[in-house]
Write a protein that binds this ligand. Structure first.
Ligand code: GTP
Ligand code: MG
Ligand code: NA
Length: 338
């Protein structure tokens, strides 16, 4: 019944949009990291994953004084590339998530990969919010570091507010042309039918608290069934890569269930998990760093797995676990269908 507290897993959120709209920079702003500046040419070329524990989200949203009751353990955010040549990675990322952040540069409006991302989300009926990013580039913007957007907006001159409203109106019109209703989130009376827009700056952090709170509140409110923890392992390979000292490893997203050291995995190789590694919370999985070792890990998480034979693993496929009552041949057959 409703009164029974169900154990929830962390929602998975995918950040998508046109190249250079500020997806990685937004995550850097929340993490307090500098991943974007370390990227070749400033371009993301891989899917990333970062785990944000609930306590960090609570801290970051406290100024909103909302009823920030967090029932989920955290939020797993998947970063995707915006460059046109990475459609497959955007598709893979959006296929893993329950909610997405569609990032739009307020100075540019909707761009080709914004629309492509939108179509991927529509196709899977995935809920999303729009981050209208780079508000600090509005002429005369007064920095209000990490402030909720309502507070930051009140501090702006009439001219800045007018430029903001003009650009916002244009973006809303462009979404309308794509068949979607959107509205500034604090004016949106029709959530669910009308998608929320959150103005943000990845450089000075305005609007970040609002963005985080919206993600957590909305998923907790509308996706309880889907977020209820299940023991059925659901796991997707993001990347196959060689890591010094570990040989060939795979980066995976564990969507549901638990993985243990020593688990036999199938897909399409059959091998045994030697080590389960994660970056520290608030650190990017795709960036080289120190890893935490785990005996077991619960979903949702981004995990690096080491094992023998992983050079034969394939990005984009599912991993299956051979349980005590499972038939290896059946599972192999299922894995071959991927
Ligand atoms: P791809 O992953 O390559 O598609 O790009 P991205 O969407 O992750 O954008 P990225 O984080 O690489 O940022 C692109 C450029 O925009 C960088 O030079 C950032 O410093 C800059 N930028 C990102 N967000 C903001 C912002 O809010 N304000 C300003 N002024 N610049 C920003
Ligand atoms: Mg990026
Ligand atoms: Na970029």
């Amino acid at each position: 019944s409703d009164s029974v507290q169900k154990e929830l897993r962390s929602p998975i959120c995918c950040i998508m949009g046109h190249v250079d709209t500020g997806k990685t920079k937004l995550l850097d702003c929340i993490r307090g990291t500098n991943v974007q500046e370390g990227e070749a040419g400033g371009i993301t070329q891989q899917i990333g994953a970062t785990y944000f524990p609930a306590e960090n989200i609570r801290e970051r949203t406290k100024e909103l004084k909302a009823d920030a009751k967090l029932n989920v353990p955290g939020l797993l955010v998947i970063d995707t590339p915006g460059h046109e040549s990475f459609t497959n990675l955007r598709s893979r990322g959006s296929g893993l998530c329950e909610i997405a952040i569609l990032v739009v540069d307020i100075m540019h409006g909707l761009e080709p990969q914004t629309i492509e991302s939108l179509n991927l989300l529509k196709m899977r009926n995935t809920d999303f919010i729009v981050a209208l990013n780079k508000v600090d580039r509005l002429y005369g913007w007064k920095t209000c570091r990490n402030a909720p957007i309502g507070k930051a907006m009140k501090l702006q001159s009439k001219d800045v507010q007018m430029e903001f409203n003009n650009r916002l109106t244009q973006v809303i019109t462009q979404f309308k042309e794509q068949g979607l209703n959107t509205e500034l989130y604090y004016k949106n009376k029709d959530r669910g039918e009308t998608f929320n827009i959150v103005p943000t700056s990845a450089i000075s952090g305005e609007g970040i608290p609002d963005m985080l709170l919206l993600l957590v509140q909305w998923t907790q409110k509308t996706m309880i069934e889907r977020l209820t923890f299940s023991n059925e392992v659901e796991c997707t390979v993001l990347e196959v890569k060689v890591v010094e000292g570990h040989g060939t490893t795979i980066d995976v997203v564990l969507v549901n269930g638990v993985l243990h050291e020593g688990d036999q995995i199938v897909g399409p190789i059959v091998t045994t998990i030697r080590a389960l590694l994660t970056p520290h919370p608030m650190k990017e999985l795709r960036v080289k760093g120190t890893y935490l070792h785990h005996k077991e890990i619960k979903a949702a998480q981004g995990i690096k797995i080491t094992a023998q034979g992983l050079e034969h693993a394939i990005a984009g496929t599912s991993l299956y676990i051979v349980g005590p009552n499972d038939d290896l041949e059946d599972i192999k057959a299922t894995a071959m269908e991927d």
